[in-house]
Design a protein around this ligand. Structure first.
Ligand SMILES: Cc1ncc(COP(=O)(O)O)c(C=O)c1O
Length: 434
């Protein structure tokens, strides 16, 4: 950070400076790529101190690398958290965040609308490891939520702006429900990014990102991040979170005693990430940091393009429904304005009136828009969900997840809106021929 700042810096400044350290030897302005596996000990005693976590210096890049540390601090700063760590992917961030709280026999309450890869992990590898994920319907009342908590419930999990349908989640309410039951709220904030929404301000405790998306912004890297809001008081529930409140070994203080509000992130860094090893290459983080430096500028344009395109699509007869919470007609508009006054992100999903066949023709007619999986690129992307990301679901499961036969997810990029619309026009003309 610039060391002469006399007032809290604005988001646009922090996205460029937060967490950066100018090293005393080279004075490199840009955060270097510290492409090293490990760090030389100054002495026998220094090695012992580093392994005990009592040194300011690092031992090994699996869980501590200076390039990665800058990104962890920067995203934490932008989210208003106390600490953060970057990991190999968004999936790794989710897995690590859950592993820090839950083990075999534990239970997590989950909102229904989530990125399908997350749902796949919850019903797949994490369920096989013995963690139960219980989905709570969107219309559940506070009492219905309260009735589902158990002694072994360890968290509530949600997404701010669920991929792909954008049903804006009432984070303040979920935080209240989770805290009343004594558990933290975990929020995947990938789609709005901290520029449009900072859920820690609404009571979220742990924030996750796929940094592969808008944070890096150019579809060139895979990465993820876990941010600790630092507000959850683990010590009020010592029996629920013994990994944080009990001494790990005789004579060693608990993570809460040692790290206070940073306890959860310190546990992730020094136990979960150290043991599992989901390390992101610092070369990827170098590109991530460059992406973050222009986040606000890109997001403003992502949003204005998405708003223009969603409104245009809404008027098209080939489109049965547009899912974009920035539209006046969206049932989520009011909540979007409350939580994201600067715009509702840039995922616009459409249900084509002609179903799967129309979707096939639409995708195959595109010339500018890239037909591919992924979101948050500078380029506009399109994907038919039923035949790709949601292909493993049967028809009932697709219907329950809101995945119609003609559902196309668009991730609106930064090209000129006119050129994107011309390509959409081409796609819709082909779809209409179905
Ligand atoms: C909301 C959300 N969270 C997490 C992920 C997983 O991220 P990654 O692909 O970086 O593993 C994705 C991927 O699309 C996503 O959309």
């Amino acid at each position: 950070m610039p060391h002469r700042a006399s007032r809290p810096l604005d988001f646009e400044t922090r996205q460029i400076h937060a967490g950066a350290v100018v090293d005393s030897e080279t004075r490199s302005r840009v955060t270097p790529i510290y492409q090293t596996a490990a760090y030389v000990f100054d002495s026998f005693d220094d090695g012992e101190e580093r392994f005990a976590g009592r040194s300011a210096f690092r031992a090994y890049s699996r869980n501590e690398n200076p390039t990665n540390a800058v990104a962890g601090r920067r995203i934490a700063d932008l989210e208003g958290g106390v600490d953060g760590i970057v990991v190999a992917s968004g999936q790794a961030a989710i897995a690590v965040a859950i592993a820090g709280l839950a083990e075999s026999g534990d239970h997590v309450l989950v909102t229904r609308s989530l990125y399908e890869g997350t749902r796949e992990m919850f019903r797949g590898v994490l369920r096989r490891q013995g963690i139960e994920f219980e989905y709570v319907p969107d219309e559940a009342t506070d009492d219905e939520w309260a009735a589902r908590f158990r002694a072994r419930t360890k968290a509530v999990y949600t997404e701010t702006l669920p991929n792909p349908l954008g049903q804006v989640v009432d984070i303040e309410r979920l935080a209240r429900i989770a805290h009343t039951a004594g558990v933290p709220l975990i929020v995947d904030n990938t789609v709005p990014t901290p520029y449009l929404w900072r859920p820690i301000e609404n009571g979220a405790d742990i924030v996750l990102h796929s940094t592969s998306k808008w944070l890096s912004g150019h579809a060139s890297v895979i990465g993820g991040a876990v941010i600790d809001g630092g507000n959850f008081d683990w010590s009020t529930q010592p029996e629920r979170f013994p990994q944080l409140t009990e001494s790990p070994r005789p004579g060693v203080p608990s993570f809460v005693e040692r790290f206070g509000p940073n306890a959860y992130l310190a546990y992730l860094r020094s136990v979960i990430v150290l043991e599992y090893g989901p390390t992101v290459p610092p070369t990827s983080t170098f590109l991530l940091l460059h992406g973050i430096e222009t986040l606000s500028v890109r997001m403003d344009r992502h949003v204005s393009n998405a708003q223009t395109i969603a409104a245009w699509l809404e008027a098209r007869p080939e489109v049965a429904e547009v899912f974009y919470p920035g539209l006046a007609s969206s049932p989520f508009r009011e909540r979007a304005e409350k939580y994201m006054p600067d715009g509702a992100g840039s995922i616009v999903s459409i249900e084509l009136a002609g179903g799967r066949e129309a979707a096939r023709r639409f995708i195959d007619a595109l010339e500018l828009i890239s037909p591919m999986t992924h979101i948050g690129d500078v380029r506009t992307l399109a994907i038919h969900l039923g035949s790709t990301i949601h292909a493993k679901l049967n028809d009932d499961e697709k219907a329950e997840a809101g995945i119609g036969p003609g559902l196309i997810r668009l991730s609106i990029g930064l090209e000129s809106a006119r050129d994107i619309l011309a390509d959409l026009e081409r796609g819709l003309a082909a779809a209409a021929a179905a």
